[in-house]
Design a protein around this ligand. Structure first.
Ligand SMILES: NC(=O)c1ccc[n+]([C@@H]2O[C@H](COP(=O)([O-])OP(=O)(O)OC[C@H]3O[C@@H](n4cnc5c(N)ncnc54)[C@H](O)[C@@H]3O)[C@@H](O)[C@H]2O)c1
Length: 371
């Protein structure tokens, strides 16, 4: 699988790191290498020169898309550019790992989905945290039937650096480049991936959205508007086994003390499971017995795609990002088997349906039904 990266910023370089250590995967059905990179910034393009497999460095994404040495494009650019660049990639006959939120809004997501269907290319969307060992174990527990009747679910992603009012504005803080959905577009896909895959899709949403700092330093001595939603709490219902179950999605840029905390929790009448990156080695499991006991499992490096890393060692962000790419490559090759896969096109569109309904709910101060 020969990959081209369009957008060599924070995530483009993270992806390069995954391909750079692909050899740590044991028995991967696919070999992957980074062959081409496109970014507008010369300094970033230069950074990629140290990678020996990269044959093409360019500032023009059309040139990258013409390359016969690229099978798959990973597009990690601001949200206002998703639709155009994804469509260009598909039209050029490339497969795609799209960065979230899969278009700046619902209309863009639907247009991308239509282009995917027409092109027949293999397309998935990025969301890596479910590939952490603790998250994988939580998913297995939720699927095991050991929770009994589902009582409630919480899925969230919290950041805290925006608590600093002097943090300069960037494209993720402005509607025109991040999208009107704001923090939901930034963090939301990470929260819906597991519940959606488990079939716990929202039928109704009541949203609480907050804008906290409405302007920030522009980084050039002045001030700039910061008009995106900062924090979002989506109170939804899903129908599970014929019963309505509360599923709460939390996306926050201002969550005191939470640098990058992703969590998933499902509670039922017979059992429960809880995992958070705050305690990356810990899986909490509840089993109803004579007494009420939460058991704490100490985790190692058991990943869906085994690696050479010792089983007792800790897994972190670069590990789950590599696992996500391994899942993408395996599924593209028809070799995913029963393993957990990347976000599907229809799930990405459904996430946008949820976020659009959340905007409507916040406007009307009412719960909004979803199809
Ligand atoms: N999966 C995750 O955990 C995660 C984390 C952060 C961001 N993201 C997503 O990744 C995407 C990029 O975010 P980022 O944090 O890497 O942003 P970034 O600002 O660090 O990088 C974006 C890069 O795109 C480049 N770019 C802009 N227009 C371009 C064009 N026309 N052609 C080529 N390059 C162009 C910019 O020069 C920049 O280097 C977004 O969709 C964001 O939501 C995902």
């Amino acid at each position: 699988m020969r990959v081209g990266i369009i957008g060599g910023g924070l995530m483009g370089r993270e992806a390069a790191s995954a391909f750079g250590r692909w050899f740590v995967l044991q028995d991967s059905p696919v070999q992957a290498e980074l062959t081409a990179v496109c970014d507008l910034q010369e300094s970033l393009v230069d950074w990629f020169r140290q990678i020996p497999t990269v044959k093409l460095l360019t500032r023009d994404h059309a040139e990258l898309l013409r390359s016969p040495d690229v099978d798959v494009v990973y597009v990690a650019v601001p949200h206002n550019l998703h639709e155009r660049l994804y469509l260009d990639g598909l039209a050029a006959g490339k497969d795609l790992l799209a960065e979230k939120p899969f278009g700046i809004d619902l209309a863009a997501a639907r247009s991308i989905a239509a282009a995917c269907a027409e092109s027949g290319r293999f397309v998935r969307c990025s969301s890596e945290f479910p590939f952490l060992p603790g998250a994988q174990r939580a998913i297995q527990r939720a699927q095991s039937g050991k929770l009994g009747r589902l009582l409630e679910v919480r899925s969230g992603f919290w950041h805290s650096s925006d608590l600093d009012p002097d943090k300069p504005v960037n494209w993720k803080r402005q509607n025109r480049s991040c999208g009107e959905i704001g923090v939901m577009g930034d963090l939301g896909m990470h929260t819906v991936h597991i519940p959606f895959r488990l079939g716990w899709k929202p039928t109704r949403v009541y949203a609480q959205l907050q804008k906290i700092y409405t302007e920030r330093p522009d980084g050039k001595g002045g001030r700039a508007p910061c008009d995106t939603w900062d924090n979002a709490m989506l109170h939804t219902e899903a129908v599970v086994d014929g019963q309505e179950v509360p599923v709460r999605y939390e996306m926050k840029r201002l969550a005191p003390g939470e640098t990058n905390t992703w969590f998933f929790e499902a509670l039922g009448t017979e059992g429960g499971v809880r995992f958070s990156t705050k305690e990356p080695k810990t899986l909490w499991v509840f089993e109803r017995g004579k007494e009420q006991v939460w058991q704490r499992y100490d985790l190692g490096h058991q990943t869906a795609f085994p690696t050479i890393t010792g089983g007792i060692f800790e897994a972190g962000f670069p590990d789950c990002f590599l696992q996500m790419w391994a899942a993408y490559a395996a599924e593209r090759a028809g070799a995913l088997g029963t393993r957990f896969g990347c976000v599907r096109i229809e799930e990405a569109v459904q996430s946008h349906e949820l976020f659009a309904a959340a905007l409507e709910s916040h406007r009307s101060k009412k719960a909004v039904a979803l199809a």
